[in-house]
Design a protein around this ligand. Sequence first.
Ligand code: ADP
Ligand code: ARG
Length: 343
Amino acid sequence: MKNLNLLKDSKSLLSKYLTKKVFEELKNRTTKDGFKLENIINSGLENPDSGIGVYATDEECYKIFASLFDPIIEEYHGFKTTQKHKSNLNPDDLKWQNPDPKGEFIISTRIRVGRNLKNFPLGAGISKSQRDETEQKISETLNSFEGELGGKYYPLEGMGESDKNLLIKEHFLFKEGDRFLKSAGLNRDWATGRGIFHNYQKTFLVWINEEDALRIISMQKGGDIKEVFSRLSTAITKIQAKLPFAYNDHLGYITSCPTNLGTAMRASVHIRLPNLGADMKTFQQIADKYYVQIRGIHGEHSKSEGGIYDISNKRRLGVTEVQCVQDMIDGVTALIAKEKDLN
Ligand code: ADP
Ligand code: ARG
């Protein structure tokens, strides 16, 4: 295990909750699949600038290492160990009013959920042959879809550099070489077993074996958030009918990173907010009030460009999918109102 002194100046939740007592309690534990504390915390140790710093290697480690995971989960999601997760994918339950009816602010909308297959370790713990098996199962299922969701699977291995870079630039494909994932062991055997499925219009996409086995994505230009959510709900239901996902009543859908547990949903808009961008204190205050997160437009850990931001729901566990999308709608509505005020 790397030296814990690496956490000396870290502000991560790992550093906050890996107290001496917790360390002593967990240091010799092992999951049935053979994973240890060092597997779980390596990313946070090698990247002291992490916000969180831990990744699960299999479903069981959320139990075995609960005294580290539970307080992290509670702080991030506001979710207590006594609570149960609940799901609602019905778009008609949204309190829906387009926050930007004239299309002045919202450039595009994207909603994704993460999923992992039942009876397989998570990406940080999976073997190459298991990963290849999941790629086969998932791509076969997706390639059988027809109609609006019909499309084709494109493995990353062998994809031309220019095709790949264009997909990344246009926000459809994941970037390569994320150092947080690398330290967690999630980039082993890259690029084998990874790829992207998308429909013809690129409004329904599935990433295979990036941070989670599946990232199911619905996206389109503009701010019709309800339409994007409806397409995603249909897609999730169809995929779920064919593939069993890792799920339990307490933590909901099981994901590599504890921030994604529960719904595993991130509903976001790319939105032009230059006035708020010049007053980050007010921007952050509104974001905190409405449980939304501010990111740059080239994905996590990227910077804003031209006053455009990625605004998404922060809570994912202990709230339903409808509530995740509602958090984003309410946050975006408040941000647009403030942006207009600042003119
Ligand atoms: P994740 O959604 O899995 O948390 P990222 O934050 O890294 O991951 O985003 C993945 C990609 O999706 C990036 O290219 C990002 O720019 C793009 N993206 C996110 N939200 C939107 C959006 N509302 N419109 C267009 N692209 C988006
Ligand atoms: N491990 C990184 C950190 O702690 C990312 C955490 C959340 N994002 C994610 N993609 N899981 O900062």
